[in-house]
Ligand binder design. Structure first.
Ligand code: ATP
Ligand code: MG
Length: 407
């Protein structure tokens, strides 16, 4: 099977199998530097080959978990076999970021069906909402991650860049809807409260809403622009040239901070580095053991310049479920939760700021997290089903503040 790759609506090249397990991507003769599929893969005459599977940028948005399984079951019969190229062709028309994929000779139709966000937030379908949306939106959900989720379109409910000019009607997906399975009860409320804390800690967070029954979290896409076009987005697996399976490999020092400084535009380095430090410290305070390479990213309007750190996404208190959980990547050579002293050393030796600046940042995070603990208590009062997980979160956050921020 040969797939046409589209960059921001323009055909940029062809992707197909190579050898027994590999793939090759060749740019079209008419592709210019602005059509590069990744900041790691500039336009060139020679093809970009991968010995095993897809190059990281093409693998980046492949569904994992329940969504992948669902797509495999629905489409494997028709194709006989089912590999990553098949999956890419199925979800190719609707993806996170600015790349799209079709059959070699197909035209690109990017229209995603409409689904009201308000209706979804108030839905009384109990456990069936995910199944219902899955049937309609699975083939439009070019989005990675293990948790069940879908891409949907409600161009009226999308609040990104509000007031940024005339709103054209948006045909592509505008929101990510995340659900949870019984293995991780109340995960949506957990993430909702973690994102709330992030917003209070000086971090940029896209708009997010929790459904009334706590089963769904709806997040505005941060890669969508007011004119309906999509920004480039690349996660840190891509920037490190790693496959999705290796998302837990590496250190925050090298695979995240140093890599960011290598790829970010000069004007973005200082601010983005400080933001990364904040994210790492916040993840320690909230005991998020899932801050792996796919949970950080960069965004850009132009692949040749203006590469900035992406907003915060996917923060959860994983120790509410896995008590002994540790960090996803290493810091100071270890996956143990860092102490405040280790974070101070990390921030100063990596030139994030002076000791006074770093202490100030840790203090701001402690304050933001502490304020959000009151909101956890409130949420428990209004939602008894959240009590068990909410109480665990309170214990974890208190411990996180004490050991990783104050001490
Ligand atoms: N607001 C957003 N706008 C655009 N893309 C996003 C947004 N939030 C997340 N993404 C993209 O969607 C992917 C999956 O989302 P997310 O990380 O929240 O899912 P997850 O299933 O919880 O992931 P994990 O497998 O790490 O648990 C992210 O890796 C990122 O590429
Ligand atoms: Mg994730």
């Amino acid at each position: 099977m040969t797939i046409r790759v589209w960059t921001d609506g323009r055909g940029s090249g062809l992707l197909g199998p190579k050898g027994v397990r590999g793939t090759a991507f060749a740019y079209a003769a008419e592709a210019g530097p602005a059509d590069a599929v990744s900041i790691t893969m500039p336009v060139r005459l020679a093809s970009w080959d991968s010995d095993f599977g897809l190059a990281p940028i093409f693998e980046m948005n492949l569904p994992e978990g329940a969504l992948r399984e669902r797509l495999r079951m629905a489409f494997a019969k028709a194709t006989g076999s089912f590999d990553d190229l098949d999956l890419l062709a199925i979800v190719g028309r609707s993806q996170v970021g600015r790349l799209r994929y079709t059959d070699e000779h197909a035209v690109l139709d990017r229209t995603v069906p409409f689904q009201s966000v308000d209706e979804l937030l108030a839905s009384r379908r109990d456990g069936n909402l995910f199944q219902y949306l899955l049937e309609r939106f699975a083939p439009y959900s070019g989005v990675s991650g293990v948790q069940p989720k879908l891409l949907i379109r409600d161009d009226e409910a999308w609040g990104g860049e509000a007031g940024a000019g005339e709103q054209t009607s948006i045909q592509g997906a505008t929101h990510i809807v995340k659900f949870w399975e019984n293995e991780y009860p109340q995960l949506a409320a957990n993430e909702f409260l973690c994102l709330t804390a992030a917003g209070r800690c000086g971090l940029q967070v896209p708009r997010f809403r929790l459904s009334e029954d706590g089963r769904a979290l709806v997040i505005d896409r941060f890669d969508l622009r007011a004119d309906g076009r999509y920004r480039g987005f690349e996660d840190f697996c891509v920037l490190n040239g790693r496959r999705t399976a290796d998302k837990y490999l590496g250190s925050y020092e090298t695979a995240v901070l140093k890599r960011f400084r290598e790829f970010a535009s000069p004007g973005q380095i200082a601010r983005g580095s400080e933001t990364l430090f904040r994210m790492i410290a916040l993840n320690a305070a909230l005991r998020n053991g899932d801050a792996h390479l796919k949970n950080f990213g960069v965004v850009y309007d132009d692949v040749e310049g203006g590469i900035a750190l992406a907003p915060v996404y996917d923060i959860v208190t994983t120790t509410a479920y896995i008590r002994a959980d540790q960090m996803a990547l290493t810091l100071d050579g270890s996956t143990r939760w860092p102490t405040a002293r280790q974070l101070l050393a990390f921030g100063t030796t990596r030139q994030i700021g002076s000791p006074a600046v770093i202490k100030g940042i840790l203090g701001e995070i402690a304050e933001g997290v502490n304020e959000t603990m009151e909101q956890i208590r409130q949420h428990i009062r209004g939602h008894p089903e959240f009590e068990e997980v909410g109480k665990r979160m309170l214990v974890e956050w208190a411990e996180g503040i004490r050991t990783s921020l104050v001490e």
